[in-house]
Design a protein around this ligand. Structure first.
Ligand code: FAD
Length: 488
């Protein structure tokens, strides 16, 4: 039986194993006795107690480097057969870019999913093109592989050095999601190893309960070992545009207008600029002002501004499409003198955050702690939210970006485990630190109590808990999400 308790261990210091030597020895020997293609490492384990958030550190007892799906299945079966008396839990680790220890397993086994990606990726062209990849594959590699065939996935995250299993366990949201839905809505089929070690192929038509449960399921019901991801013909280039607004109402009105149009730009995001001067000068290294003279007259003087960021994809110079876009953008209610434009390859556009990563790494600023908050805010609350938060609670954003953009849920599949506000249009706000009382839902959720999780899932909680008892009855998987605790 599952205990729905939250694991309340201290999150802020290195937790060290307290196993007695003999127990550790027995556990190690029993894992070593498994007949695997890959291997366990019991010594070099410290990196698995870290992640991008760099705030939570739980030491595992072993890391499994699987070579085959059967390695994962055998390991889970072995732990499952130990029964509830064993403390061992198992966390799949994708690229370890979680923020609060979600891919860690305190005194458990971490499965290094990237070592499974040795298998070749297969691109299938045809009426419904797709790529068949390992759950440990990085999205950046998928981009490069599919481009060889003239295709690319439709929906992305802002940063591509994340794994398929890691983003499909949450949603995978970026500026294309208003049109295509998040990444979890662009998957045809999954192969999943459940918490009992059984291997299932699942899709909309086959084992659908598991398929939809796993998509957005926070790793709770199984480990994704393979995925078929839908593709579209890839463009070669992107026109990347930024314009500024001085009032929030016009900014969101235009964002919502753009996502509602059929013939619109291909990517829509936005960000907030609080109390900064001279930032436009930083843009000039990669963006050109449409009217340099007018742009040079613009003074930001530290007020709160909102930047609408868009991209239009294209192949060869298509004058007609570009005229249409110019026409569309000339009607925006923005400060027209702040129209900045850049033309980059499609790959450079999608991999843009990696460029920032390189710069931050050079300055030693990439591996710092990252306290993040990601929120899905219903449209009805967004103005109240902005009024309260931007400029009042938050008086600057010098320590990180505040992204904000609307998505239209009407085009999203509501059968997945992802929890969103009950409204057609809602806003994704990333990287904002503060507090709100507006009934918003967290994305990449993190709660400290059982009540918090229940409230998050709302009416979907019973279904979520039922799937847990069906697919991972001993609560072995993804302990770092701290939703269910293994009953020992
Ligand atoms: P990990 O951190 O390794 O794992 C995350 C969770 O998924 C853990 O619970 C783990 O156990 C589980 N898991 C991992 N692999 C599997 C698998 N194969 N099967 C089942 N469960 C698995 N998200 C967005 O949606 N949009 C963005 O634009 C975006 N931008 C980001 C930018 C940066 C710089 C960073 C660091 C993160 C960003 N994220 C974004 C969040 C990111 O999508 C999640 O943190 C994601 O989980 C990280 O993927 P990962 O491969 O590192 O997963």
């Amino acid at each position: 039986s599952i205990s729905h308790e939250i694991n309340r261990c201290s999150y802020f210091h290195h937790a060290t194993p307290t196993f007695s030597n003999s127990r550790t020895f027995i556990m190690e020997s029993s894992l070593k006795s498994l007949n695997l293609d890959g291997q366990f490492n019991f010594k070099d384990i410290h990196h698995a107690a870290g992640d991008f958030g760099n705030r939570y550190h739980f030491l595992p007892v072993a890391i499994l480097y699987p070579k085959t799906v059967s390695d994962i299945s055998s390991t889970i079966k072995h732990v499952f057969n130990m029964g509830p008396a064993s403390e061992l839990t198992i966390a799949a680790r994708g690229h370890g870019h979680s923020l609060q220890g979600q891919a860690q397993a305190h005194r458990g086994i971490v499965i290094n999913m990237e070592s499974l990606r040795g298998k070749k990726m297969h691109v299938h062209t045809g009426e419904l093109p797709y790529i068949d990849v390992s759950g440990g594959e990085l999205w950046i590699n998928i981009l490069h592989e599919t481009l060889k065939y003239g295709f690319a996935p439709k929906s992305w995250t802002d940063y591509l050095h994340l794994t398929v299993g890691g983003t499909l366990s949450h949603a995978g949201i970026s500026g294309q999601a208003f049109r295509h839905g998040p990444q979890i809505d662009n998957v045809y089929e999954l192969e999943v190893v459940t918490g009992k070690g059984e291997v299932f192929v699942c899709s909309e038509k086959q084992n659908a309960d598991l398929f939809y449960g796993v998509l957005g399921g926070l790793g709770q019901f199984g480990i994704i070992t393979r995925a078929k991801i839908s593709l579209e013909p890839a463009p070669r280039k992107a026109k990347w545009i930024r314009v500024l607004y001085s009032d929030f109402y016009s900014f969101t009105k235009d964002q919502e207008h753009l996502i509602a149009l059929e013939d619109t730009v291909d990517y829509i995001e936005g960000f907030v600029i609080i109390n900064k001067t001279g930032f436009i000068n930083n843009w000039r290294s990669s963006f050109n002002p449409r009217d340099p003279h007018q742009a040079s007259q613009f003074i930001s003087d530290g007020r709160t501004l909102y930047c609408l960021e868009m991209a239009k994809y294209f192949d060869l110079e298509d004058t007609d499409a570009m005229n249409k876009m110019d026409n569309l953008l000339s009607k925006l209610d923005c400060i027209q003198q702040t129209y900045f434009l850049s033309e980059v390859s499609y790959v450079d556009f999608l991999d843009r955050v990696h460029l920032s990563e390189k710069k931050l790494r050079e300055k030693g600023l990439w591996d710092v702690p990252h306290p993040w908050l990601n929120l899905l805010v219903p449209r009805r609350s967004i103005n109240d939210f902005a009024e309260e938060v931007f400029g009042k609670i938050l008086t600057d954003n010098n320590n990180g970006p505040i992204l904000i953009y609307p998505v239209n849920q009407l085009r999203w599949n509501n059968k997945t485990s992802l929890i969103t506000p009950k409204e057609d249009v809602f806003y994704l706000i990333l990287d904002f630190c503060g507090r709100t009382h507006l009934g918003v839902k967290q994305y990449l959720p993190h709660y400290g109590t059982r009540e918090g999780w229940r409230a998050h899932f709302g009416t979907k909680w019973e279904d979520f808990a039922r799937r847990k008892s069906t697919y991972d009855p001993l609560a072995i998987l993804a302990p770092g999400q701290r939703i269910f605790q293994k009953a020992v």
